[in-house]
Every structure is written in C-alpha cells, then in structure tokens.
Design a binder for this molecule. Structure first.
Ligand SMILES: [Fe+2]
Ligand SMILES: [Fe+2]
Length: 273
C-alpha cells in the first residue's frame, strides 16, 4: 500500500487489500463498507478531515508487521460466500432475537427518561425483519448463483447475479443507515449515569453488532460482489451499464426502489441472454 496507491484506490479497495485499515477509517468516522466506493480525498473533504494525515497513517500501517490477517481477495468466491454465511450470517441470526429483546426491554424500562431508546427499539425491529429476509435471499438466490456461474457460465445465472447484487447493495444501505442512526441517537452508545446492567448489555451488544455488520457488508460489497461483477466480459458489463443509465434517466412519476429493481431484472433478462 504505497501513498500513491492509497490515493488512487477507493476506501473499500484499501480495506479489501488490508483489513487492518478498517480500524483507521472507523476511528476517523469514515464508512468503508456501504460508502466504500469513494476516494480518501472525497471522504475526508465530506467530513472535513485532513486527507494527508490519514494517508500517512495508512502508510505507517503498511510499514508495520502485517501479522495474521486473512487475504480475502485471493479466496475462491464460493469459499468466501460460505465463510460469510458461517461466520456473519450465523452471528446475525443468533444476535437478532437477543437485541430485539434487549432494545425493547430498555425502551420499556427507561424510555420515559431516555426517549431515544424508543426509537432505538423501533429501528432495531425494522433491521430485524429486513436482515432476516436479506440473509435468506443471499443464501438461497445470490450465493448459489455465484457458485453456479463459476461452473456453468450460464447467461441466465449472470442476469440473476447482476440484479441480485443491485438489490442486495441497496438493502445494505438500509441496514447500515439504520445502525448509523442508532449510533448517532445514542451518542456512540454512551451510557447514562442511571444505566442498569441490561442497558449496558444492550449497548455493548449493539456496538458489537454494528462492527460485525460493517465487516460483513465490506466483505460482500467490496470483495464478493466486486469480484462476481468481474466475471462478466467487458461487453456484458458495458451493456448493463448502458441499460442502468437508461433506467436512471427515465422520467418516471412512479419511480421507486421496487419498480427500479423490476426494471433492472427485466433489462438483465433481455440483455444478458
Ligand atoms: Fe450477507
Ligand atoms: Fe448482504
């Protein structure tokens, strides 16, 4: 990771090359998973941070001993999909019911003095239902399609991958945004003086859940999905980019996320054959 390379690569690529960089971006308050598709300069200017200082920190990291960290970039895609399911999906499915319980419990007990807890419980309830559906879709549709296309290269499967990546990326934005909001309204999980043990457990678990979600979404957006996209030929990619531009530029009074996905599915089914 040279200084020059750090300036050219996106934040997501920098973290994909060396996951230790995630800690530097996290400390600076820069989103490396859903918001990873931008340069250091742009991310720093948005947050009013010193890009040069951050680049030097990354350079120092590069010069330090790498230790034991996984080089996910070089993993076979099916293996990476299995790893994500066996670590992050299992963790999410185990933790969702616990956090639904704890966030509701502290909202009931402390909501009068700390009204933000009512919003935390409500946001987490939405995250719970959205993520359950999202994980199911990845495990039953997208991940099997990625494994399948590596064996058969079938056009129909490629179309599924393109439309599913688009849909899953949008859903990442929702879950990441809702956790950002929880972080913001709790002042970074700061505990008030009257916090009981349940309050402490709930905030610790929320913080851990947010960290895990960042890693999980990073592995999907910046590595798995990016590398799955790279399986398409330049012509196929260009066709899709052109068609996506048509979708976006269409003046549609009924435009919304749902019919935009339906259009992408439709276009992919035509143009990817
Ligand atoms: Fe996932
Ligand atoms: Fe996902």
């Amino acid at each position: 990771m040279t200084t020059e390379k750090s300036e050219l690569r996106t934040i997501g690529q920098i973290v994909a090359d060396d996951y230790r960089a995630a800690a530097i971006f996290k400390q600076a308050g820069i989103d490396f998973c859903c918001g990873g598709n931008k340069s250091i300069e742009l991310a720093c200017s948005e947050k009013n941070l010193d890009a040069e200082k951050l680049t030097i920190e990354l350079k120092e990291l590069e010069l330090s001993s790498p230790g034991q960290h996984q080089d996910f970039n070089n993993w076979e895609l099916g293996f990476l999909a299995d790893y994500i399911m066996n670590t992050h999906h299992k963790y999410v499915l185990k933790t969702l019911p616990e956090l639904v319980f704890y966030t509701k419990k502290i909202a009931d007990a402390h909501g009068e003095n700390h009204p933000e807890l009512l919003e935390v419980a409500s946001l987490f309830s939405e995250i719970n239902s959205e993520l359950r559906q999202h994980l199911k879709q990845e495990e039953e549709v997208l991940f099997p399609a990625i494994k399948e296309v590596m064996k058969s290269n079938a056009s129909e499967t490629k179309a599924t991958i393109v439309s599913e990546i688009s849909r899953m990326s949008e859903e990442h934005e929702f879950a990441g945004g809702a956790m950002d909001k929880i972080n913001e309204i709790t002042n970074g999980y700061a505990l008030p003086e009257d916090a009981c043990n349940t309050y402490r457990v709930a905030f610790k678990l929320l913080e851990e859940f947010e960290d895990d979600l960042h890693t999980h979404v990073h592995l999907e957006n910046n590595i798995l999905f990016r590398m799955a996209d790279q399986m398409f030929s330049a012509d196929e990619q260009q066709t899709l980019i052109d068609q996506f531009a048509v979708v976006e530029s269409e003046a549609d009074p009924e435009f919304n996320a749902e019919n935009s996905i339906a259009k992408i599915d439709f276009l992919a089914s035509i143009y990817m054959q």
